[in-house]
Design a protein around this ligand. Structure first.
Ligand SMILES: Nc1nc2c(ncn2[C@@H]2O[C@H](COP(=O)(O)OP(=O)(O)OP(=O)(O)O)[C@@H](O)[C@H]2O)c(=O)[nH]1
Ligand SMILES: [Mg+2]
Length: 259
């Protein structure tokens, strides 16, 4: 079955992940490294929002909590029968196909009315700071407050805290224990990455997506199973995001997908 027909038949699950944090902490660099395997040393400020799409596959064994569809049900029944006959626990792996929509939000958006629109409907929120700039870590609390206010009490989105620029950890101004304390206090998932060296970038997105999907897989498995099928970047003007339009081209179709 082709990728597009998979999407049409709903076999590809879609998750929206947004990246928030102060200017120059490396949000765009993280997205570029994850989606395009590219790192630019020059800094170009993101105005509004940039939108990335990447397809990934997550492997899960049968005792994991993959959402139940007809195929999963069929195999679960089948496995129970094998277990009864053979008196052993068989292991079967399922692939979850996922289209990740990654929203890279400019750091200057913190005072903007658009910010709550960006946050709305997110399955996951990654709060990024720069380990060499203590102020960007302090400001995480402000970003978190906005996120929690926007999501309200019933928000189910996963939230992760990411310390970026670990290639410069000799210049780090944020102790690892500070991040761990904040994560345990606020129940955040904790990550350390370097967009420059690509350390931890894939495992960040694979582990975080697995958490969103309710699939627990080892980091080794996450890295081993990395498979990129398609990636693209679409530039958005903030106002366009709020104005659905008639679907004509395939690019328009993707734009409407996220509204
Ligand atoms: N050494 C190092 N530099 C990095 C890393 N990630 C990003 N940078 C640099 O930090 C600068 C800012 O990176 P961006 O990715 O543009 O930052 P941003 O968070 O998207 O900034 P805004 O768009 O203003 O919100 C650039 O010069 C990058 O090259 C990293 O992991 N290590
Ligand atoms: Mg940027």
């Amino acid at each position: 079955m082709t990728e597009s027909s998979d999407e049409e038949t709903g076999k590809v699950r879609q998750y929206k992940i947004i990246l928030l944090g102060d200017g120059a902490v490396g949000k765009t660099s993280i997205c570029e490294q994850f989606v395009n395997e590219h790192f630019a040393t020059s800094y170009k400020q993101t105005i509004g929002c940039e939108f990335y799409v990447k397809r990934i596959q997550l492997q899960s064994s049968t005792n994991e909590s993959l959402p139940v569809d007809a195929i999963t049900q069929f195999f679960s029944f089948f496995l129970k029968e094998i277990k009864n006959i053979c008196n052993t626990e068989p292991t079967l792996f399922f692939w979850a196909k996922i289209a990740l929509q990654v929203w890279d939000i400019g750091g200057q958006s913190i005072g903007s009315k658009m910010l709550s629109k960006y946050i709305h409907g997110s399955d996951g929120i990654l709060l990024i700071y720069d380990v060499t700039a203590f102020m960007t870590f302090e400001n995480i609390q402000d970003w978190l407050t906005i996120v929690k206010t926007t999501l309200g009490n019933h928000g189910k989105a996963k939230i992760g805290l990411v310390g970026n620029k670990h290639d410069m950890s000799n210049d780090s101004t944020v102790k690892l224990s500070k991040q761990e304390d904040l994560c345990s206090r606020e129940k955040l998932l904790s990550y350390h990455v370097s967009a420059k060296t690509n350390d931890g970038i894939d495992s960040l997105f694979y582990h975080f997506t697995a958490q969103i999907a309710g699939v627990s897989i080892s980091k080794q498995e996450i890295q081993k199973r990395t498979k990129v099928v398609k990636a693209q970047v679409i530039h958005h003007e903030p106002t366009k995001l709020l104005q659905p339009k008639n679907i004509k081209s395939s690019e328009d179709k993707k734009e409407c997908l996220i509204l």
